[in-house]
Ligand binder design. Structure first.
Ligand code: SAH
Length: 456
């Protein structure tokens, strides 16, 4: 029986879906963070539940050849990166295997050929958005949340964020200190500054800074604008008001205090306006590769009617519109649909239409109207597609379904359903959108099977 506080020497035999090493002691699994397959490790048992436990590595006795020194000194504490100790090549293989295992175990697909994960040439400094919580510990601190908690690690240099963030963060921190502004305290609901949001256009270098405050007005607006307006690249400074007691970072109301309401960035040739509240892919370099792959799978010839379900601000739709006859984007958030329409107009695209609706309800309508669909793109949130959506997608009977997902478990579940109703996976490509984290984005092509089981 494994017990709490016990010290054990174990061998790591697997990696969990969250990137932790897995050891087996008489069949009992113990999850050990920051370890790799094949390593012999001395661990301290932190918790021993009925069916599994958690341990902490105290000594790596035999290290894997895939082990590397993390670039970031707080990698093992921070909730952001969980596999920085793994060589990048190994990370890509881990993600490919994760996709394969999920499709097999959850989806019941036995012989799927999963392509090698598309990685980054430079897998650091890739995120175009950073949200630093602000707190108090003998003075104002800013940094990142520790893993599975809201304890702030005081640190200003994130290796997966933009290189400019550190300088900007320190300017804002000095502004807070100089003006004696208090930090928000989650436990009491008191204090002013909650978060500092920094976004940077990867291809334009335009920077947006947004200070999230607890209140309905902010009396240091001019000072904030003054502190940032001459900083190279800064195009937009704003204040966001959030008085809720929830974990949601941004409130609904934004006030621009300097410059423009938005910054600009590109995906391929397409131009996007990004405001503090808009959703935008955080890794534009990989997004371009992901969409490129999705488009390659669709193999459009300009005559197709295409649906982009869960379309967000229309990034995929506009990409597709350049190659299809007509694209219909559907998305549930009204603001995102507004942005999508504006983005279409700014890019002079007139064969994309955007509808604000639940994707399932929209698909029901299309089926009712007997609309002919050639290809359907699906890019749902983590929980995957609703049954209503899938059921009517099958009835709409497109030749191809291209399913993009950031959660391969729900993707495998939905693909299984589609496989039971006339479609089969013909291609599967993992893309590394989030290097050093356990996340993987996967694009899967499902083609319609003929009645004899062959693919169209
Ligand atoms: N395809 C977009 C966004 C994908 S994120 C892109 O690549 O940028 C998933 C999107 O699904 C989010 O924008 C979310 O608001 C939307 N969404 C969530 N539930 C939905 C539903 N039931 N119907 C339609 N859209 C939904």
């Amino acid at each position: 029986m494994v017990q709490k506080n016990q010290k054990l020497v174990v061998e790591i035999v697997d990696l969990s879906s969250e990137g932790a090493g897995v050891a087996k002691v008489d069949g009992y699994p113990i999850f050990v963070k920051d370890t790799l397959v094949g390593e012999k490790v001395e661990i301290l048992v932190l918790r021993a539940n009925k069916n599994y436990g958690f341990g902490k590595a105290i000594n790596i006795i035999e290290a894997s050849s895939d082990r590397v020194e993390p670039k970031c000194p707080v990698a093992s504490k921070c909730g952001g990166c969980s596999i920085q100790h793994m060589s990048y090549d190994c990370q890509l293989k881990y993600k490919k295997n994760k996709v394969y295992q999920n499709l097999k175990r959850i989806g019941g697909f036995d012989n799927i050929e999963v392509e090698d994960t598309i990685g980054m040439d430079e897998p650091f400094y890739y995120r175009n958005k950073a949200q630093y919580p602000v707190g108090y510990d003998k003075g104002i601190i800013t940094g990142f949340y520790a893993a599975n908690s809201h304890r702030i690690i005081d640190f200003d240099n994130c290796y997966i964020g933009s290189k400019r963030n550190r300088e900007i963060l320190n300017i804002v921190k000095n502004f807070i200190v100089e003006n004696n502004i208090t930090a928000y305290d989650e436990t009491t609901g008191r204090g002013i500054v909650r978060h500092i949001l920094i976004r940077e256009g990867h291809f334009t270098g335009e920077i947006m800074v947004c200070l999230i405050v607890n209140g309905s007005k902010f009396k240091y607006k001019t000072q904030l604008a003054e502190a940032l307006k001459d900083v190279e690249g800064v195009k937009s400074v704003s204040v966001n008001y959030n008085t809720t007691k929830s974990n949601v970072i941004l409130g609904d109301k934004v006030e621009t205090v300097y410059g423009s309401d938005f910054i600009i960035d590109y995906i391929g040739d397409l131009k996007f306006e990004i405001s503090p509240l808009s959703f935008f892919q955080v890794n534009p370099v990989q997004t371009q590769k992901l969409y490129g792959k999705a488009l390659e799978y669709a193999d459009l010839n300009g005559e197709e009617i295409v649906v982009d379900a869960y379309c967000g601000i229309g990034t995929i739709s506009l990409f597709l519109a350049q190659k299809a006859k007509m694209v219909y984007g559907v998305e549930i958030v009204p603001q995102a649909i507004e942005d999508a329409k504006k983005n279409a107009k700014n890019n002079k695209i007139d064969n994309a239409e955007f509808v604000c609706d639940d994707a399932g309800k929209y698909m029901v309508e299309l089926v009712k109207k007997n609309t002919h669909l050639d290809v359907v793109f699906v890019d749902p949130p983590r929980k995957g597609c609703s049954e209503e959506f899938l059921e009517h997608l099958i009835q709409a009977s497109p030749k191809e379904i291209i399913y993009i997902s950031c959660d391969v478990a729900t993707q495998a579940r939905d693909a299984k359903y589609l496989n039971e109703h006339g479609y089969t996976i013909t291609h599967c490509q993992p893309v590394d959108m989030f290097p050093h984290t356990f996340h993987v984005e996967t694009v899967v092509l499902l083609s319609h099977k003929k009645p004899d089981g062959h693919i169209n």
